[in-house]
Design a protein around this ligand. Sequence first.
Ligand code: NAI
Length: 377
Amino acid sequence: MKIGIIGAGAMGSGIAQVAAMAGHEVRLFDTHSDAKTKALQSISTSVNKFLEKGQISPSESVAIVGRIYLCEQLQSLSDADFIIEAIVENLDIKKELFASIEKIVSTSCILATNTSSLSITSIASALVNPERCIGIHFFNPPVLMRLVEVIPAIQTGHHVLNEVVELISQWGKTVVVAKDTPGFIVNKVARPFYSEAIRIYEEGIADFETIDAAMTTHGFKMGPFTLMDFIGHDVNYKVTESVWKSFFYDSKYRPSFTQLRLMEAGYFGKKSGRGFYQYPKVENVGNNRDQMLMETIFLRIFAMLVNEAADTVWLQICSEKDVDLAVKLGLNYPKGLLEWGKEYGYESIISILDELHNQYGEERYRVCRYLKKIASI
Ligand code: NAI
């Protein structure tokens, strides 16, 4: 099977490598030739790392890179059986590309998008045959991240979904299937990790270090402020804003002025030398932290996360099993949120949320119907 990849940036180059490592011939196209050259360099570097670790043989490493063909024109993808688009995140540009690509490929060619925030249904609507369109959302870096969200549009054919799930699983990835809703699974469920942490900070309850420590103490690899600085406030703010707008301005997803101001100032985080923290970061050991306060902070963020995971299942965006898999593999959470919630006690989580709702009178703390349902079983 020949795979076409459009867009040779961070994601496209990684996906091209994943496909080539799975044995496919890959056609890689980008409107910028620099991007293609860079992509091939970064793929070679990454393949060499596999070689150095003894995970592939020297001949395999040569064969993998040899299976990737850089294309000068979109037309060169005409014999592809399967195309994944990873170009700029812009609906009009993506729709235009999908309409052009459909004209040059065979009628059986599947057309997938790696979009992280746009509606797959809307992209599919640009096609004469929208049943062939689907979302395949890889995580960064695609070579190392095991999770892939597969998102059928409402037009997507069943056979297309089945074929895609089978193929991506063959590539060694763990697939979760998500409904075509904003943020899919991972980018929706993760929102409270950032937003509730910012609320706690904005209320003057604790500083960044304490809130971060409250979460890392419970097994999260990075605290929310360190993680937002790492992702970049330009990216993280835009995802938050996009999820909020796309959920028809549901107030629980509302972005914060705190993060907006960082973005406006160009304090994007680690990559710009300043975000919530200054970089290089001075590690504050902080042995004398208030343990009770840290536990309260953890429970507040944790309860919001479990509620959001429950909401995702309630809206039938995905199954219980997949929401847990998605946070473990896509976000590196120490446990699945529903399994963790069950362990802690769903009733206790509901009490925390009810207490917050009483105190603040805000919609964001409303308990999801599904959480009440599973608590009563
Ligand atoms: P990027 O900016 O690194 O790469 C995009 C590439 O597409 C560039 O090389 C650009 O020259 C090329 N391009 C733009 N318009 C084009 C067109 N009309 N035809 C052909 N090539 C074109 O972007 P990145 O980060 O790789 O993202 C690509 C897509 O993947 C976006 O839709 C993004 O939302 C999504 N995504 C990004 C993730 C990330 O963490 N960076 C994670 C998951 C999805």
